[in-house]
Design a protein around this ligand. Structure first.
Ligand code: CA
Length: 225
């Protein structure tokens, strides 16, 4: 079941959206201010977010910016007709679409369907990723080079899969520790460095600077396909 997060402070509108989206078969969660919306977006990892722009405690633009630091989930903005500058800013910050209030529920539902379908297509396509001579198959948890499997420890695989799927973005050791290792894991950020070193032995050429698993000075690591 797909989860839609509705961040909207007008209670009657939030309820109407909930009712109509549940009717479409989605699981719906609602937040009535920006801060709660952001924390629910991070905790629930919804398949799609409907985000009002004018929200108490944190405005929708800031919520969007913070969601996009960690996630590519589709975000549809709900905006007033008068707020063109905010709409443009929202699209620049990575919103997928916007819909102007007052909107027809049929149109909103159609847009939600389109974005969920697109997300699913992207996910299916993205299950097999390539870099250099390597192929990382996320369905089979398998790394191969020219068709030959490269054995990986479980956390090596998870770290690699995490970074390859976020190609080009830099992550701190703390972020990686937080996202790749269990929250209960007591080891320090040194663990990340150890796994990076192991991975480099498997995917990089010896004696030349890494091409894929790159150290970002003062920050952490990023992956380049
Ligand atoms: Ca509002």
């Amino acid at each position: 079941m797909r989860t839609v997060l509705v961040v909207e402070d007008e209670a009657p509108l939030a309820e109407t959206l909930r009712f109509n989206l549940e009717d479409e078969g989605y699981r719906v969660r609602t937040a009535d201010d920006g801060l709660e919306g952001l924390s629910m977006a991070q905790a629930l990892q919804p398949d799609l977010v409907l985000l009002d722009l004018m929200l108490p405690r944190m405005d929708g633009i800031e919520v969007l910016r913070r969601i996009r630091e960690r996630s590519q989930t589709p975000v549809l903005l709900l905006t007033a007709r008068t707020s063109e500058a905010d709409r443009v800013r929202g699209l620049d910050l990575g919103a997928d679409d916007y819909i102007t209030k007052p909107f027809s529920l049929a149109e909103l539902k159609a847009r939600v369907r389109v974005h969920l379908r697109r997300k699913q297509e992207i996910e299916v396509e993205a299950r097999v990723l390539t870099f250099g001579d390597f192929t990382l198959d996320l369905n089979r948890h398998l790394l191969t080079r020219d068709g030959e499997p490269i054995p990986l420890r479980p956390k090596e695989y998870e770290l690699l899969a995490y970074l390859v799927q976020r190609d080009g973005r830099a992550f701190t050791r703390d972020q990686l520790l937080n996202d790749v290792w269990d929250i209960s894991f007591a080891g320090g950020t040194r663990t990340v460095d150890v796994h990076v070193r192991w991975l480099r032995k498997k995917i990089e050429q010896p004696d030349v600077p890494p091409r894929h698993l790159i150290t970002v000075r003062g920050a952490g690591y990023r992956f380049e396909r």
